[in-house]
Design a protein around this ligand. Structure first.
Ligand code: NAG
Ligand code: NAG
Ligand code: NAG
Ligand code: NAG
Length: 263
């Protein structure tokens, strides 16, 4: 009886101390990281270099190169007063894009779709608050290739009709080049039409793997000498077993805290 109470208490302890760790590791996506104000920045940013080290943005980068849009973007970054803002989907955004498919777009359509991910002006994340008032905004694809922006308490949402996504982090933000990571590929109505499927696909789970700090099982196996529950000597042993279980649970807790701090 006494033992089972201690067992329950210590197990609860173990559970209590492990659950915040778990909750932390599965928390919502990390907040947008703003680039700190830099020392005198070099004006020239090699977009190919930038995108090949961040991300992974390999799919987007290979589309940039195959469509030669990389030259348009680099030129916009190098040679204009306006600068450029680029929304870059991660590789996972392309791999999870099932419908509509990009595979049978014409060369021109693909080029427009990639250009659609750039704006002909440098915008900081704070600028999108104002930008939401003047939406829709014309992209580097021109004409009717427009995006709508809304600012929901600091999170920039982007709408293209087909796509409803958000800026999930800032990759680079120093005048004249802003590069923001987005969760989905931006799909223009100009290519895919306005016949948008009514039920949007469920948002994919955030690609953050939960950390492997589940409570350890080892504490249970060591503290179960339940053979003769009535003898006075075995009672002492029992008490000791229960105590060690409690100690183990608490040290397990302490260890987890240690591990967390090390991370
Ligand atoms: C940008 O970097 C890439 C990869 O390192 C390189 O091949 C390319 O020549 C660079 N472009 C310019 C304009 O310097
Ligand atoms: C951009 O500037 C770099 C460095 O001055 C230069 O090497 C590159 O050719 C330029 N690219 C374009 C497209 O203007
Ligand atoms: C791609 O091809 C399929 C099958 O031929 C067709 O149903 C679909 O409409 C095409 N998609 C585009 C964007 O052209
Ligand atoms: C963008 O915003 C305008 C004005 O609010 C609206 O008329 C239009 O339907 C929106 N477009 C998309 C694709 O959300």
């Amino acid at each position: 009886m006494e033992f089972s109470i201690v067992f329950v208490v210590s197990s609860t302890l173990l559970l209590l101390c492990s659950s915040p760790a778990y909750a932390k590791s599965t928390a919502s996506p990390p907040p947008i990281t703003l680039t700190p104000a830099p020392a005198p920045a070099p004006a020239y940013v090699n977009l190919t270099d930038l995108l090949s080290v961040a991300g992974p943005f390999h799919t987007f980068l290979s589309y940039l190169e195959s469509t030669k849009v990389i030259e348009t973007f680099q030129n916009q970054a190098n040679n204009t007063e306006e600068g450029i803002t680029i929304f870059v989907p991660k590789d996972s955004a392309f791999s999870s894009l099932k419908k509509p498919s990009l595979s049978n777009l014409t060369r021109d359509q693909l080029r427009s779709l990639i250009l659609f991910h750039g704006l002909p002006h440098y915008y900081t994340l704070a600028d999108f608050d104002k930008l939401s008032l003047s939406s829709p905004i014309t992209t580097l694809a021109g004409g009717e290739y427009t995006l709508n922006f809304t600012d929901a308490s600091g999170t920039v949402h982007i709408g293209s009709g087909w796509t409803d996504t958000k800026v999930s982090s800032s990759v680079h933000s120093t005048d004249p080049v802003a590069v923001y990571q987005v969760d989905k590929v931006l799909l223009p109505e100009e290519i895919f039409g306005t016949d948008i499927p009514p039920t949007p696909a469920p948002t994919p789970a955030p690609d953050i793997a939960p950390a492997a700090d589940t409570p350890t099982e080892s504490t249970d196996s060591k503290s179960s000498p339940l053979s003769s529950p009535d003898g006075s000597s075995s009672h002492r042993i029992l008490g000791l077993g229960a105590l060690s279980h409690l100690v183990l649970a608490m040290s397990g807790c302490y260890l987890q805290e240690l591990v967390k701090e090390k991370k």
